[in-house]
Write a protein that binds this ligand. Structure first.
Ligand SMILES: C[S@@+](CC[C@H](N)C(=O)[O-])C[C@H]1O[C@@H](n2cnc3c(N)ncnc32)[C@H](O)[C@@H]1O
Length: 212
């Protein structure tokens, strides 16, 4: 049974409202700043021929779902997202792979038992920095949902030395203060980690692959 607390309702409501309009310009704009999304998939140490179960939390318009389906041609992939507007774009984009890609419209929450130890890989791509303050609970939930030895892969904003930029991102519901990496490396065994600069260092983004 999923246990959605009042604070989760607020976060989910805010995000759904935000993406009602942003979904219409998402793919036309995000290529210019959501860096590392293609690279993170290449960093996952799983044999591409494997019959894996993969979950992407906050799959949005399906950019990664399509790439995952191409990279792992025998995998079954679940894309979960709280926003119906984002998922309707993902549905069009992944139609070609609809036998292997399942889309689920609901928020990811701590306490959900339905996915327990089902996944070989859980991907969070630019979702954790938007899930505030529950992001740490969701790392634990992903741990619960991974099979023993399964992998978590994360690509997301890391930090910026410019407070004006952090404020700007905060206005767009993104928390950017280097908070993800310490929590990830505490809960998971680090397999791969890189911090890379965007636009000559206006901000940094992080790629992390860890093992349960
Ligand atoms: C910046 S977008 C990233 C989309 C996609 N992963 C990508 O890389 O393009 C963040 C996504 O996370 C979703 N999201 C935010 N909070 C969520 C939650 N609690 N549960 C599930 N999805 C959530 C939003 O609806 C949105 O589609």
């Amino acid at each position: 049974m999923s246990t959605i607390e009042i604070s989760d309702h607020k976060q989910v409501h805010t995000i759904r409202q935000y993406y009602r309009w942003q979904s219409k310009i998402y793919d036309a704009t995000r290529w210019s700043f959501l860096f590392g999304r293609n690279l993170i998939i290449k960093c996952i140490p799983l044999d591409v021929k494997g019959e894996y179960q993969i979950l992407e939390v906050g799959c949005g318009t399906g950019h990664n779902l399509r790439n995952l389906a191409l990279h792992f041609p025998k995998a079954r992939i679940t894309g979960l997202d709280a926003s119906a507007d984002m998922l309707s774009i993902a549905q069009n984009r992944t139609r070609q792979y609809s036998e292997r890609i399942q889309l689920v419209e609901k928020p990811y929450v701590l306490g959900e038992e339905g996915f327990r130890e089902q996944y070989d890989l859980v991907l969070f791509s630019y979702s954790l920095t938007m899930i505030n303050p529950q992001w740490e609970e969701l790392l634990q939930q992903a741990y619960n949902d991974l099979k023993p030895g399964g992998f978590i892969a994360v690509v997301d904003f890391h930090n910026s030395r410019f407070n004006w930029f952090k404020r700007h991102m905060g206005n767009n519901h993104v928390r950017m203060d280097g908070h993800l990496l310490p929590a990830l490396s505490k809960l998971y065994k680090t397999v791969f980690v890189r911090i890379l600069k965007a636009y000559a260092g206006v901000w940094e983004y992080v790629l992390f692959v860890g093992r349960k």
